[in-house]
Design a protein around this ligand. Sequence first.
Ligand code: SF4
Length: 507
Amino acid sequence: MRILIEGLAQACGYELECMAKLFFQAERMPGEKVEGGCPEVPEEFLYANGELLERKAEENRYRLMVRLRILDRGSGELADSSAEREVSCPEETVQKTFEFHLGKMTYDLLGKATGIKPPWGILTGVRPVKLVQRCLSQGMGEEETAAYFRDRYVSQEKIALAMETARCQRPILERVTPRSYSLYISIPFCPSRCSYCSFVSHSIEKAAKLVEPYVELLCRELEVIARLAEELSLELASVYMGGGTPTTLSARQMERVTDTISRCFPLDRALEYTIEAGRPDTIDREKLEVMRAAGVNRISINPQTLNDQVLAAVGRRHSSQDVLDAIDMARQVGFDNINCDLIAGLSGETPESFRDSLDRLIQDGPENITVHTLSVKRAARLRQEGDYLEAVHNPAAPMVEYAQKALGKGGYHPYYLYRQRDTLGNLENTGYCKPGREGYYNVYIMEEAQTILAAGAGATTKLKDPFSTYIERVFNYKYPYEYIERFADILDRKGQVRGFYERIFNT
Ligand code: SF4
């Protein structure tokens, strides 16, 4: 489906394109935007035209009109409708006000044409809780902040979720100092590729030769980062090793990395040290003992579902019992802060089987349970060869709703939340935890609250100006083979970190 945008609507072309995607299933997603209309009307299109019908500038009043046409091959002509609205605003905010109201009018028309009510309303951003935090820090009270979200058509349930999440984050965000940072370490290898995954992880079978040189260079990069952080007087807040699946490394390779971290970074001052153990088929007692001895105090063991048929269908080579056994083993080794991820909407999952997974997990009692909604990105195997249509039509909403209620009853509260593109039902991912077990790194990265210094392939360093919202990014090469071949470039780019902090602190 092509999206044709004319007139005033061009001013909010990008927003309009993102918003249109809220109303269409991924297989008919509007793409290929054409601004200024199209001489040849394509077979399938979404057309939006915005006009200023009347202007009474001396009274600061304007009358706007939006016309919307949708031609969809599947459903025929879905809409040819229009809406008008009078708005008033001072001259200096005309553009913003027009964009906002044109967006809302288009949203209303799309909603009427499709019968869909996106739970996050016109919000298309990844970080709705950051928006709550911004409203509150600008002096808006909770009621005023809720009204701001209502005005953007966010549902009452999602407003409540975002507000509660924001409240839980406050004490964690208050610990951020101008020089604090978190360290991220990327291990981009997995035992096999899950069907829904678009991550740049390499299956260990195909990439076995790369692991050893990768670990060596990763340790060198960590040494350089540690020296830089010390010279710039940066303060380590948290450490997070993710991927991929870090426990794809052997116990000896894991020890090599954790030893480097212990030797180079002041771990005694860090609030948290997490390793994403990820898949139970990569976890054994020896690796858990290595991590524990290194001071790791939080791990993730991610079932995604406890439905064995679904696990097999998405390409996981382990059973639900393996997950529960791995959690048990981690407890025996001494881990008392464990996270488990679940995914709502996996192909073959039903609301009942999801409920069963969640209930069993709550009974097992990990300190964190993170509920993701399935997001099938372009690069995922499922999108190319799997039963994609079945996947995108799986209703995740009842699963997500159940999770919110059941976890609340089970003594968990939400503490971080984010949205992704191409997520079923435009739903969110939410991290829940028992009181006092919030994952610091998750909050810092999602709220973009502090600098993240990142090491490894595919990792991105995010330099956060503590006195503004400005963020500068330094990218590492995406794939392990590039990272290994062009490692000298990676080290060269560290100069950007030094330059950034010297500018910020005028040193
Ligand atoms: S374990 Fe995670 S990162 Fe690895 S393939 Fe599966 S979803 Fe992707």
